[in-house]
Write a protein that binds this ligand. Structure first.
Ligand SMILES: Nc1ncnc2c1ncn2[C@@H]1O[C@H](COP(=O)(O)OP(=O)(O)OP(=O)(O)O)[C@@H](O)[C@H]1O
Length: 220
């Protein structure tokens, strides 16, 4: 069984007369419930890979299948809903909506996905990340670690097929980063969610089952 499949993926960026080839022929798959870490030098294409998996940018050739759905076959108009329903995101910079409180931020995916009792579920998730006393705080009224815990709750509320995490502890001090990663892995294990995590930290990568190095367009 495979939840994410990357087939002969090709991607280059074109800028004036030059082109930067990121992937020539990338093949890769992730099994359901697997936790994968991706490391690699700056500029090796880690963020590009996450953007391709999220459908934010398109491949030049090849295909990506998430839970059997081919991105090639998705219409442009379907991709946003597909992403919102199937993928959860945790970013280095949290990406919370500044004018929504913690509870409302966690409930956001419910606007696109059919979630029963979203408010109850959001409260439950916020409780499980230790933030039951911060429900009506705006992001500006939360600490970095608290913001990331809100983002983790939001990433999980719709039971996504996969979580994409980009340096989730990158903006946190060491102790807070460890506490936040503990929560992320605890919830991911509880829900048996698949994780693809980009990180520069060996300690963070070691929490995953497999670590790949992105080098010269290949995952090794
Ligand atoms: N939109 C774009 N247009 C042109 N070149 C780009 C674009 N986005 C990224 N690149 C180039 O593609 C290469 C890969 O970038 P990417 O952001 O995927 O690397 P990364 O491995 O995530 O790096 P880092 O660890 O520094 O975040 C880099 O050389 C970058 O300059």
């Amino acid at each position: 069984m495979v939840v994410l499949e990357i087939k002969s993926l090709k991607k280059a960026y074109h800028q004036s007369s030059t082109s930067i080839e990121i992937f020539k022929d990338l093949n890769f798959h992730v099994k359901p419930g697997q936790k994968i870490a991706i490391m690699g030098k700056s500029g090796s294409g880690k963020s590009t890979l996450l953007s391709l998996i999220s459908g934010i940018i398109k491949a030049d050739d090849g295909d990506i299948l998430l839970d059997g759905t081919s991105y090639k076959q998705l219409e442009e108009s379907q991709i946003n809903d597909f992403r919102a329903s199937n993928i959860g995101f945790v970013f280095q910079n949290f990406h919370l909506v500044s004018y929504l409180n913690a509870l409302e931020n966690v409930m956001l995916p419910a606007k696109v996905c059919n979630i029963s009792n979203p408010k109850e579920k959001a409260k439950e998730l916020l409780k499980s990340v230790g933030l039951e006393h911060r429900l009506d705080h705006l992001p500006s009224q939360l600490s970095g670690g608290e913001k990331q815990r809100v983002a983790i709750a939001r990433a999980l509320i719709h039971n996504p097929k996969i979580i994409l995490a980009d340096e989730p502890s990158g903006n946190l001090d060491e102790e807070t980063g460890i506490a936040v990663m503990d929560k992320l892995f605890e919830l991911i294990d509880k829900n048996n969610t698949t994780l693809v995590l980009v990180t520069h930290s060996k300690e963070v990568a070691l929490r995953c089952e497999k670590t790949y190095e992105l080098s010269q367009g290949n995952l090794v």
